[in-house]
Write a protein that binds this ligand. Structure first.
Ligand code: NAP
Length: 483
Protein backbone atom coordinates (compact mmCIF):
# COMPACT_ATOMS: atom_id res chain seq x y z
CA UNK A 1 0.00 0.00 0.00
CA UNK A 2 1.24 3.49 -0.76
CA UNK A 3 0.21 6.44 1.39
CA UNK A 4 -1.70 9.20 -0.36
CA UNK A 5 -0.85 12.87 -0.18
CA UNK A 6 -3.77 15.15 -0.89
CA UNK A 7 -2.66 18.30 -2.71
CA UNK A 8 -3.15 21.61 -0.93
CA UNK A 9 -3.47 25.01 -2.61
CA UNK A 10 -0.62 27.47 -2.07
CA UNK A 11 -0.81 29.27 1.26
CA UNK A 12 0.97 31.78 3.47
CA UNK A 13 1.83 30.71 6.99
CA UNK A 14 3.08 33.32 9.41
CA UNK A 15 4.62 31.99 12.62
CA UNK A 16 4.42 34.76 15.18
CA UNK A 17 7.02 33.68 17.71
CA UNK A 18 8.98 32.15 14.83
CA UNK A 19 12.22 32.15 16.83
CA UNK A 20 10.75 30.32 19.84
CA UNK A 21 11.04 26.78 21.09
CA UNK A 22 7.74 25.54 19.67
CA UNK A 23 8.47 26.98 16.23
CA UNK A 24 11.91 25.39 16.10
CA UNK A 25 11.02 22.02 17.60
CA UNK A 26 7.61 21.39 16.09
CA UNK A 27 6.17 23.86 13.59
CA UNK A 28 9.11 24.35 11.21
CA UNK A 29 10.13 20.66 11.07
CA UNK A 30 6.46 19.75 10.50
CA UNK A 31 6.25 22.20 7.59
CA UNK A 32 9.42 20.82 6.12
CA UNK A 33 8.07 17.30 6.23
CA UNK A 34 4.86 18.43 4.52
CA UNK A 35 6.99 20.20 1.92
CA UNK A 36 8.87 16.94 1.31
CA UNK A 37 5.52 15.17 0.95
CA UNK A 38 4.58 17.62 -1.80
CA UNK A 39 1.97 19.53 0.17
CA UNK A 40 3.44 22.99 -0.04
CA UNK A 41 2.55 24.01 -3.54
CA UNK A 42 4.48 26.52 -5.59
CA UNK A 43 3.74 30.02 -4.35
CA UNK A 44 3.42 29.01 -0.70
CA UNK A 45 5.51 30.87 1.81
CA UNK A 46 6.44 30.70 5.49
CA UNK A 47 7.19 33.89 7.36
CA UNK A 48 8.79 33.88 10.78
CA UNK A 49 8.04 36.91 12.93
CA UNK A 50 9.33 37.97 16.34
CA UNK A 51 10.92 40.98 18.03
CA UNK A 52 14.51 39.80 17.61
CA UNK A 53 16.16 41.80 14.87
CA UNK A 54 17.56 39.61 12.15
CA UNK A 55 17.35 39.41 8.39
CA UNK A 56 15.85 36.62 6.31
CA UNK A 57 19.22 35.07 5.69
CA UNK A 58 19.95 34.74 9.44
CA UNK A 59 16.46 33.33 10.01
CA UNK A 60 16.94 30.77 7.26
CA UNK A 61 20.12 29.63 8.97
CA UNK A 62 18.15 29.26 12.22
CA UNK A 63 15.50 27.21 10.41
CA UNK A 64 18.14 24.95 8.84
CA UNK A 65 19.62 24.33 12.27
CA UNK A 66 16.19 23.58 13.72
CA UNK A 67 15.48 21.06 10.96
CA UNK A 68 18.90 19.47 11.39
CA UNK A 69 18.10 19.00 15.07
CA UNK A 70 14.40 18.17 15.01
CA UNK A 71 13.57 17.33 11.40
CA UNK A 72 13.55 13.54 11.69
CA UNK A 73 14.44 11.37 8.71
CA UNK A 74 13.74 14.00 6.10
CA UNK A 75 16.55 16.25 7.30
CA UNK A 76 19.09 14.38 5.17
CA UNK A 77 17.44 15.52 1.95
CA UNK A 78 19.72 18.47 1.12
CA UNK A 79 18.13 19.36 -2.22
CA UNK A 80 14.64 19.50 -0.71
CA UNK A 81 15.88 21.49 2.23
CA UNK A 82 17.34 24.10 -0.10
CA UNK A 83 14.03 24.49 -1.91
CA UNK A 84 12.10 24.66 1.35
CA UNK A 85 14.44 27.27 2.81
CA UNK A 86 13.86 29.43 -0.26
CA UNK A 87 10.17 29.73 0.76
CA UNK A 88 11.07 31.22 4.13
CA UNK A 89 11.44 34.84 5.14
CA UNK A 90 11.51 36.84 8.35
CA UNK A 91 9.90 40.02 9.60
CA UNK A 92 10.93 41.76 12.79
CA UNK A 93 7.61 42.40 14.50
CA UNK A 94 6.36 43.45 17.91
CA UNK A 95 2.94 42.21 18.99
CA UNK A 96 2.66 45.14 21.34
CA UNK A 97 4.00 47.91 19.08
CA UNK A 98 3.94 49.16 15.50
CA UNK A 99 7.20 47.55 14.39
CA UNK A 100 6.89 45.24 11.41
CA UNK A 101 3.14 45.28 10.80
CA UNK A 102 3.19 47.20 7.49
CA UNK A 103 5.97 44.96 6.25
CA UNK A 104 4.02 41.84 7.22
CA UNK A 105 0.85 43.13 5.53
CA UNK A 106 2.84 43.76 2.36
CA UNK A 107 4.34 40.23 2.48
CA UNK A 108 0.95 38.47 2.69
CA UNK A 109 -0.89 40.41 0.03
CA UNK A 110 -1.62 37.39 -2.19
CA UNK A 111 -5.07 35.84 -2.59
CA UNK A 112 -3.97 32.73 -0.70
CA UNK A 113 -5.23 31.38 2.56
CA UNK A 114 -3.25 33.16 5.27
CA UNK A 115 -2.70 31.37 8.54
CA UNK A 116 -1.21 33.19 11.51
CA UNK A 117 0.18 30.78 14.07
CA UNK A 118 0.24 32.53 17.45
CA UNK A 119 3.26 30.71 18.85
CA UNK A 120 3.59 33.16 21.72
CA UNK A 121 2.16 33.43 25.23
CA UNK A 122 -1.63 33.93 25.46
CA UNK A 123 -1.08 37.40 26.96
CA UNK A 124 -0.26 38.51 23.41
CA UNK A 125 -3.27 36.98 21.62
CA UNK A 126 -5.42 40.11 22.03
CA UNK A 127 -2.68 42.43 20.74
CA UNK A 128 -2.04 40.19 17.76
CA UNK A 129 -5.72 39.91 16.86
CA UNK A 130 -6.17 43.67 17.10
CA UNK A 131 -3.16 44.49 14.95
CA UNK A 132 -3.97 41.89 12.30
CA UNK A 133 -7.29 43.61 11.87
CA UNK A 134 -5.89 47.13 12.01
CA UNK A 135 -3.44 46.27 9.24
CA UNK A 136 -6.06 44.70 7.01
CA UNK A 137 -5.00 41.08 7.39
CA UNK A 138 -8.03 39.78 9.31
CA UNK A 139 -10.22 39.19 6.25
CA UNK A 140 -11.99 36.02 5.07
CA UNK A 141 -8.75 34.47 3.90
CA UNK A 142 -7.30 34.73 7.38
CA UNK A 143 -7.11 31.95 9.97
CA UNK A 144 -5.47 32.10 13.36
CA UNK A 145 -3.97 29.19 15.26
CA UNK A 146 -3.68 29.50 19.01
CA UNK A 147 -1.67 27.25 21.28
CA UNK A 148 -2.41 26.01 24.73
CA UNK A 149 -2.71 27.15 27.44
CA UNK A 150 -6.07 28.61 26.48
CA UNK A 151 -6.64 30.43 29.73
CA UNK A 152 -5.88 29.24 33.24
CA UNK A 153 -9.50 29.09 34.41
CA UNK A 154 -13.01 29.66 33.10
CA UNK A 155 -12.85 33.41 33.54
CA UNK A 156 -9.58 33.89 31.65
CA UNK A 157 -10.68 31.47 28.89
CA UNK A 158 -13.91 33.43 28.48
CA UNK A 159 -11.94 36.64 28.31
CA UNK A 160 -9.63 35.19 25.63
CA UNK A 161 -12.60 33.94 23.62
CA UNK A 162 -14.18 37.38 23.85
CA UNK A 163 -11.01 39.15 22.75
CA UNK A 164 -10.57 36.88 19.74
CA UNK A 165 -14.26 37.10 18.84
CA UNK A 166 -13.95 40.87 18.52
CA UNK A 167 -11.76 40.41 15.46
CA UNK A 168 -12.46 36.92 14.14
CA UNK A 169 -15.36 34.62 13.46
CA UNK A 170 -15.26 31.29 15.36
CA UNK A 171 -14.73 29.56 11.99
CA UNK A 172 -11.38 31.36 11.69
CA UNK A 173 -10.06 30.35 15.11
CA UNK A 174 -8.11 27.10 15.43
CA UNK A 175 -7.41 26.20 19.07
CA UNK A 176 -4.81 23.51 18.76
CA UNK A 177 -4.50 20.43 20.97
CA UNK A 178 -1.85 18.30 19.36
CA UNK A 179 -3.25 15.14 20.96
CA UNK A 180 -6.17 15.41 18.56
CA UNK A 181 -3.78 15.34 15.62
CA UNK A 182 -2.46 11.91 16.50
CA UNK A 183 -3.26 9.23 13.97
CA UNK A 184 -4.54 6.86 16.63
CA UNK A 185 -6.91 9.40 18.08
CA UNK A 186 -8.62 9.67 14.73
CA UNK A 187 -8.42 5.95 14.33
CA UNK A 188 -10.30 5.67 17.57
CA UNK A 189 -13.23 7.34 15.83
CA UNK A 190 -12.81 5.03 12.83
CA UNK A 191 -12.81 1.97 15.09
CA UNK A 192 -15.84 3.16 17.03
CA UNK A 193 -17.96 4.45 14.18
CA UNK A 194 -16.69 2.49 11.19
CA UNK A 195 -17.21 -0.99 12.65
CA UNK A 196 -20.36 -2.76 13.74
CA UNK A 197 -18.36 -4.73 16.27
CA UNK A 198 -17.66 -2.18 18.98
CA UNK A 199 -20.44 0.38 19.10
CA UNK A 200 -23.18 -1.98 20.43
CA UNK A 201 -20.88 -2.87 23.35
CA UNK A 202 -19.73 0.70 23.98
CA UNK A 203 -21.79 1.42 27.09
CA UNK A 204 -22.14 0.69 30.78
CA UNK A 205 -23.86 -2.61 30.14
CA UNK A 206 -20.71 -4.10 28.64
CA UNK A 207 -17.85 -1.81 29.66
CA UNK A 208 -16.62 -2.26 33.22
CA UNK A 209 -14.44 0.84 33.26
CA UNK A 210 -12.12 2.95 31.15
CA UNK A 211 -8.61 4.13 31.95
CA UNK A 212 -6.74 7.00 30.37
CA UNK A 213 -3.06 7.30 31.22
CA UNK A 214 -0.65 9.93 29.94
CA UNK A 215 2.65 9.19 31.66
CA UNK A 216 5.91 10.99 31.14
CA UNK A 217 9.27 9.79 32.39
CA UNK A 218 10.87 13.22 32.34
CA UNK A 219 10.44 15.97 34.91
CA UNK A 220 9.54 19.58 34.28
CA UNK A 221 12.96 20.31 32.73
CA UNK A 222 13.43 23.89 31.64
CA UNK A 223 9.69 24.68 31.85
CA UNK A 224 9.71 24.84 35.65
CA UNK A 225 8.51 28.44 35.95
CA UNK A 226 5.56 27.94 33.62
CA UNK A 227 4.71 24.50 34.99
CA UNK A 228 4.70 25.57 38.60
CA UNK A 229 2.02 28.15 37.86
CA UNK A 230 0.01 25.53 36.06
CA UNK A 231 0.36 21.93 37.35
CA UNK A 232 -0.82 18.63 35.88
CA UNK A 233 -4.51 19.49 36.15
CA UNK A 234 -4.22 22.64 34.04
CA UNK A 235 -1.36 21.50 31.82
CA UNK A 236 -2.67 18.04 30.91
CA UNK A 237 -6.09 17.10 32.27
CA UNK A 238 -8.11 20.15 31.26
CA UNK A 239 -7.03 19.82 27.65
CA UNK A 240 -5.32 16.61 26.45
CA UNK A 241 -6.97 14.07 28.76
CA UNK A 242 -10.31 15.80 28.49
CA UNK A 243 -10.18 15.63 24.71
CA UNK A 244 -9.35 11.92 24.73
CA UNK A 245 -12.12 11.38 27.25
CA UNK A 246 -14.63 13.12 24.98
CA UNK A 247 -13.73 11.05 21.93
CA UNK A 248 -14.07 7.81 23.88
CA UNK A 249 -17.34 8.75 25.54
CA UNK A 250 -19.23 10.80 22.95
CA UNK A 251 -22.33 9.68 21.09
CA UNK A 252 -21.91 8.95 17.39
CA UNK A 253 -22.09 12.30 15.58
CA UNK A 254 -24.53 12.41 12.69
CA UNK A 255 -21.69 13.39 10.37
CA UNK A 256 -17.94 13.59 10.58
CA UNK A 257 -17.91 17.34 10.28
CA UNK A 258 -16.47 19.90 12.68
CA UNK A 259 -19.61 21.04 14.45
CA UNK A 260 -21.30 17.63 14.63
CA UNK A 261 -18.20 16.15 16.30
CA UNK A 262 -17.66 19.12 18.59
CA UNK A 263 -21.32 19.24 19.63
CA UNK A 264 -21.07 15.63 20.82
CA UNK A 265 -17.81 16.28 22.69
CA UNK A 266 -19.36 19.25 24.42
CA UNK A 267 -22.31 17.12 25.60
CA UNK A 268 -19.87 14.72 27.28
CA UNK A 269 -18.16 17.49 29.23
CA UNK A 270 -21.49 18.92 30.29
CA UNK A 271 -22.64 15.50 31.53
CA UNK A 272 -19.59 15.04 33.77
CA UNK A 273 -20.26 14.90 37.50
CA UNK A 274 -18.19 17.17 39.70
CA UNK A 275 -15.16 15.30 41.10
CA UNK A 276 -15.17 15.16 44.89
CA UNK A 277 -11.86 15.34 46.82
CA UNK A 278 -12.07 11.64 47.78
CA UNK A 279 -11.98 10.76 44.08
CA UNK A 280 -8.77 12.57 43.29
CA UNK A 281 -5.12 12.14 44.27
CA UNK A 282 -2.35 14.51 43.44
CA UNK A 283 1.37 14.10 43.84
CA UNK A 284 4.75 15.72 43.47
CA UNK A 285 7.94 13.82 42.56
CA UNK A 286 10.81 13.45 44.97
CA UNK A 287 14.53 13.67 44.31
CA UNK A 288 16.64 10.65 43.36
CA UNK A 289 20.37 10.34 43.94
CA UNK A 290 21.01 12.00 40.61
CA UNK A 291 17.88 14.01 39.87
CA UNK A 292 16.45 16.99 41.74
CA UNK A 293 13.02 16.98 43.34
CA UNK A 294 10.09 18.83 41.77
CA UNK A 295 10.43 21.70 44.23
CA UNK A 296 14.14 22.06 43.55
CA UNK A 297 13.56 21.99 39.80
CA UNK A 298 10.93 24.71 39.88
CA UNK A 299 13.01 26.67 42.42
CA UNK A 300 10.09 26.96 44.80
CA UNK A 301 10.70 25.26 48.16
CA UNK A 302 7.08 25.63 49.20
CA UNK A 303 5.42 24.71 45.91
CA UNK A 304 2.12 22.89 46.27
CA UNK A 305 1.69 22.40 42.54
CA UNK A 306 1.02 18.82 41.45
CA UNK A 307 3.21 16.99 38.95
CA UNK A 308 0.82 14.01 39.09
CA UNK A 309 -2.91 13.64 39.26
CA UNK A 310 -5.21 10.61 39.27
CA UNK A 311 -8.96 10.90 39.40
CA UNK A 312 -12.17 8.98 38.99
CA UNK A 313 -14.80 10.63 36.83
CA UNK A 314 -18.41 9.70 36.19
CA UNK A 315 -20.63 10.70 33.33
CA UNK A 316 -24.30 11.10 34.13
CA UNK A 317 -26.00 9.97 30.96
CA UNK A 318 -27.76 6.84 29.74
CA UNK A 319 -24.72 5.41 28.02
CA UNK A 320 -22.21 5.73 30.83
CA UNK A 321 -23.98 5.91 34.20
CA UNK A 322 -22.25 3.23 36.32
CA UNK A 323 -19.04 3.00 34.27
CA UNK A 324 -16.23 4.95 35.92
CA UNK A 325 -13.43 6.62 33.96
CA UNK A 326 -10.06 6.63 35.72
CA UNK A 327 -7.64 9.27 34.48
CA UNK A 328 -4.03 9.78 35.48
CA UNK A 329 -1.11 11.77 34.25
CA UNK A 330 2.23 12.71 35.68
CA UNK A 331 5.87 13.41 35.24
CA UNK A 332 8.90 11.32 36.26
CA UNK A 333 6.82 8.17 36.11
CA UNK A 334 8.07 4.71 35.23
CA UNK A 335 7.92 5.14 31.46
CA UNK A 336 6.75 7.51 28.79
CA UNK A 337 3.52 5.83 27.82
CA UNK A 338 0.07 7.12 26.91
CA UNK A 339 -2.90 4.91 26.34
CA UNK A 340 -6.63 4.61 26.63
CA UNK A 341 -7.92 1.25 27.82
CA UNK A 342 -11.47 0.02 27.59
CA UNK A 343 -11.96 -2.90 29.97
CA UNK A 344 -15.05 -4.91 29.09
CA UNK A 345 -17.06 -6.80 31.69
CA UNK A 346 -16.58 -10.48 32.44
CA UNK A 347 -18.62 -12.94 30.42
CA UNK A 348 -21.74 -13.59 32.52
CA UNK A 349 -21.03 -17.29 32.94
CA UNK A 350 -18.06 -19.55 32.25
CA UNK A 351 -18.88 -22.88 30.65
CA UNK A 352 -15.30 -24.11 30.97
CA UNK A 353 -14.95 -26.04 34.20
CA UNK A 354 -11.18 -26.39 34.04
CA UNK A 355 -10.64 -22.69 33.76
CA UNK A 356 -10.28 -20.80 36.99
CA UNK A 357 -8.80 -17.57 35.62
CA UNK A 358 -10.47 -14.27 34.87
CA UNK A 359 -10.74 -13.39 31.19
CA UNK A 360 -11.73 -10.04 29.88
CA UNK A 361 -11.68 -8.34 26.55
CA UNK A 362 -9.52 -5.27 26.77
CA UNK A 363 -9.18 -2.74 24.00
CA UNK A 364 -6.03 -0.64 24.28
CA UNK A 365 -5.51 2.44 22.18
CA UNK A 366 -1.82 3.31 22.40
CA UNK A 367 -0.86 6.89 21.71
CA UNK A 368 2.82 6.93 22.55
CA UNK A 369 5.54 5.96 22.18
CA UNK A 370 4.14 3.68 19.46
CA UNK A 371 0.68 4.36 18.13
CA UNK A 372 -1.62 1.40 17.64
CA UNK A 373 -4.64 -0.54 18.81
CA UNK A 374 -4.63 -3.91 20.56
CA UNK A 375 -7.63 -6.05 21.47
CA UNK A 376 -7.11 -8.78 24.05
CA UNK A 377 -9.26 -11.79 23.28
CA UNK A 378 -9.62 -15.09 25.06
CA UNK A 379 -8.74 -18.29 23.22
CA UNK A 380 -7.89 -21.88 24.05
CA UNK A 381 -4.30 -22.48 24.97
CA UNK A 382 -2.95 -24.71 22.19
CA UNK A 383 -2.09 -28.29 23.06
CA UNK A 384 -3.71 -31.42 24.36
CA UNK A 385 -3.94 -30.32 28.01
CA UNK A 386 -7.69 -29.79 28.13
CA UNK A 387 -9.71 -26.60 27.80
CA UNK A 388 -7.38 -24.04 29.32
CA UNK A 389 -8.02 -20.44 28.32
CA UNK A 390 -5.48 -17.72 27.66
CA UNK A 391 -5.76 -14.09 26.63
CA UNK A 392 -3.89 -13.10 23.50
CA UNK A 393 -3.56 -9.70 21.87
CA UNK A 394 -5.00 -9.05 18.45
CA UNK A 395 -2.39 -6.47 17.57
CA UNK A 396 -3.48 -3.77 15.18
CA UNK A 397 -0.29 -1.73 15.68
CA UNK A 398 -0.02 0.04 12.37
CA UNK A 399 3.54 -0.90 11.48
CA UNK A 400 2.61 -4.59 11.93
CA UNK A 401 -0.79 -4.50 10.30
CA UNK A 402 -0.24 -2.12 7.41
CA UNK A 403 3.43 -2.47 6.57
CA UNK A 404 6.13 0.16 7.02
CA UNK A 405 5.04 2.43 4.10
CA UNK A 406 1.53 2.89 5.33
CA UNK A 407 2.59 3.19 8.96
CA UNK A 408 4.65 6.31 8.18
CA UNK A 409 2.04 8.84 9.04
CA UNK A 410 2.51 12.55 9.62
CA UNK A 411 3.05 13.74 13.14
CA UNK A 412 0.28 15.64 14.87
CA UNK A 413 1.55 19.11 13.99
CA UNK A 414 1.87 18.24 10.30
CA UNK A 415 -1.70 17.06 10.12
CA UNK A 416 -3.13 19.91 12.15
CA UNK A 417 -1.33 22.65 10.22
CA UNK A 418 -2.59 21.17 6.96
CA UNK A 419 -6.12 21.03 8.41
CA UNK A 420 -5.86 24.75 9.15
CA UNK A 421 -4.90 25.41 5.56
CA UNK A 422 -7.76 23.22 4.29
CA UNK A 423 -10.18 24.93 6.67
CA UNK A 424 -11.12 21.77 8.56
CA UNK A 425 -11.81 22.48 12.24
CA UNK A 426 -12.88 18.96 13.29
CA UNK A 427 -9.70 18.34 15.27
CA UNK A 428 -9.61 21.76 16.93
CA UNK A 429 -11.38 22.83 20.09
CA UNK A 430 -14.32 25.16 19.84
CA UNK A 431 -14.60 28.07 22.27
CA UNK A 432 -17.59 26.63 24.17
CA UNK A 433 -15.81 23.28 24.57
CA UNK A 434 -12.80 24.92 26.17
CA UNK A 435 -15.02 26.90 28.51
CA UNK A 436 -16.99 23.79 29.51
CA UNK A 437 -13.73 21.96 30.26
CA UNK A 438 -12.62 24.82 32.51
CA UNK A 439 -16.02 24.92 34.21
CA UNK A 440 -15.47 21.27 35.22
CA UNK A 441 -11.80 21.78 36.15
CA UNK A 442 -12.08 25.01 38.18
CA UNK A 443 -13.80 23.52 41.29
CA UNK A 444 -11.23 20.69 41.35
CA UNK A 445 -8.39 23.22 41.36
CA UNK A 446 -10.20 25.28 44.02
CA UNK A 447 -10.33 22.12 46.19
CA UNK A 448 -6.59 21.63 45.62
CA UNK A 449 -5.93 25.14 46.82
CA UNK A 450 -7.99 24.58 49.98
CA UNK A 451 -6.81 21.03 50.61
CA UNK A 452 -3.65 19.20 51.62
CA UNK A 453 -0.36 19.58 49.74
CA UNK A 454 0.36 16.99 47.03
CA UNK A 455 1.66 13.59 48.14
CA UNK A 456 5.28 12.70 47.50
CA UNK A 457 6.06 9.95 44.99
CA UNK A 458 9.25 8.30 43.87
CA UNK A 459 10.76 9.00 40.48
CA UNK A 460 10.24 5.95 38.27
CA UNK A 461 7.12 4.85 40.17
CA UNK A 462 3.44 4.89 39.13
CA UNK A 463 2.67 7.87 41.35
CA UNK A 464 1.70 7.99 45.04
CA UNK A 465 0.36 4.81 46.66
CA UNK A 466 -2.92 6.61 47.29
CA UNK A 467 -3.45 6.70 43.52
CA UNK A 468 -3.30 2.89 43.51
CA UNK A 469 -5.78 2.84 46.37
CA UNK A 470 -8.14 5.13 44.44
CA UNK A 471 -8.85 2.33 41.98
CA UNK A 472 -8.16 -0.68 44.28
CA UNK A 473 -11.00 0.29 46.55
CA UNK A 474 -13.36 -0.31 43.59
CA UNK A 475 -11.88 -3.80 43.10
CA UNK A 476 -9.94 -2.71 40.02
CA UNK A 477 -6.30 -2.04 39.19
CA UNK A 478 -4.42 0.39 37.01
CA UNK A 479 -2.83 -1.00 33.92
CA UNK A 480 0.92 -1.26 34.20
CA UNK A 481 2.67 1.83 32.80
CA UNK A 482 4.84 0.39 30.07
CA UNK A 483 6.07 1.67 26.74
P1 NAP B 1 9.32 30.73 23.64
O1 NAP B 1 10.43 29.81 23.30
O2 NAP B 1 9.47 31.62 24.83
O3 NAP B 1 9.07 31.64 22.35
C1 NAP B 1 8.25 32.78 22.37
C2 NAP B 1 8.33 33.45 21.02
O4 NAP B 1 7.53 34.62 21.07
C3 NAP B 1 9.73 33.90 20.63
O5 NAP B 1 9.90 33.72 19.25
C4 NAP B 1 9.70 35.39 20.99
O6 NAP B 1 10.67 36.01 20.20
C5 NAP B 1 8.27 35.74 20.58
N1 NAP B 1 7.76 36.92 21.23
C6 NAP B 1 7.72 37.22 22.54
N2 NAP B 1 7.17 38.44 22.75
C7 NAP B 1 6.84 38.92 21.52
C8 NAP B 1 6.25 40.12 21.06
N3 NAP B 1 5.89 41.10 21.90
N4 NAP B 1 6.05 40.28 19.74
C9 NAP B 1 6.41 39.31 18.86
N5 NAP B 1 6.99 38.15 19.24
C10 NAP B 1 7.20 37.97 20.55
O7 NAP B 1 7.95 29.98 23.84
P2 NAP B 1 7.48 28.60 23.12
O8 NAP B 1 7.93 27.47 23.98
O9 NAP B 1 7.88 28.62 21.70
O10 NAP B 1 5.91 28.67 23.31
C11 NAP B 1 5.07 29.52 22.53
C12 NAP B 1 3.62 29.28 22.94
O11 NAP B 1 3.28 27.94 22.68
C13 NAP B 1 3.39 29.47 24.45
O12 NAP B 1 2.08 29.96 24.64
C14 NAP B 1 3.47 28.06 25.00
O13 NAP B 1 2.75 27.89 26.18
C15 NAP B 1 2.86 27.28 23.86
N6 NAP B 1 3.31 25.89 23.80
C16 NAP B 1 4.62 25.58 23.68
C17 NAP B 1 5.01 24.25 23.59
C18 NAP B 1 6.46 23.86 23.44
O14 NAP B 1 6.71 22.67 23.27
N7 NAP B 1 7.40 24.78 23.45
C19 NAP B 1 4.04 23.23 23.61
C20 NAP B 1 2.69 23.59 23.72
C21 NAP B 1 2.34 24.92 23.80
P3 NAP B 1 11.31 37.46 20.56
O15 NAP B 1 11.75 37.39 21.98
O16 NAP B 1 12.38 37.59 19.57
O17 NAP B 1 10.21 38.43 20.34
Amino acid sequence: MVSRTIPVDPFDLVIIGGTGDLARRKILPALFRRFCAGQMGEGSQVIGAARTEMDTSAYRTMVEEAIAEFGGDEKSSKAKLKKFIALISYVTLDAKGDTGWDELAEAVKSEHVRAFYFSVGPNLFGDLAKRLQKHGMADDLCRIVVEKPFGRDLESARELNKVLARHFDESQIYRIDHYLGKETVQNLMAVRFGNMLFEPLWNSQYVDHIQITVAESVGVGGRGGYYDRSGAMRDMVQNHLMQLFCLIAMEPPAKFDPDSVRDEKLKVIRALDPVTPDNIVRGQYEATETKPSYRKQVENRDSNTESFVALKANISNWRWAGTPFYLRTGKRLRERASEITVIFKDAPHSIFEEDSGRHRNILTIKLQPNEGIVLDVTIKEPGPGGMRLIDVPLDMTFAEALGPDQAEFPDAYERLIMDVIRGNQTLFMRGDEVEAAWAWTDPIIADFERGDPPLAYATGSSGPDEALALIHRDGRAWREIKA
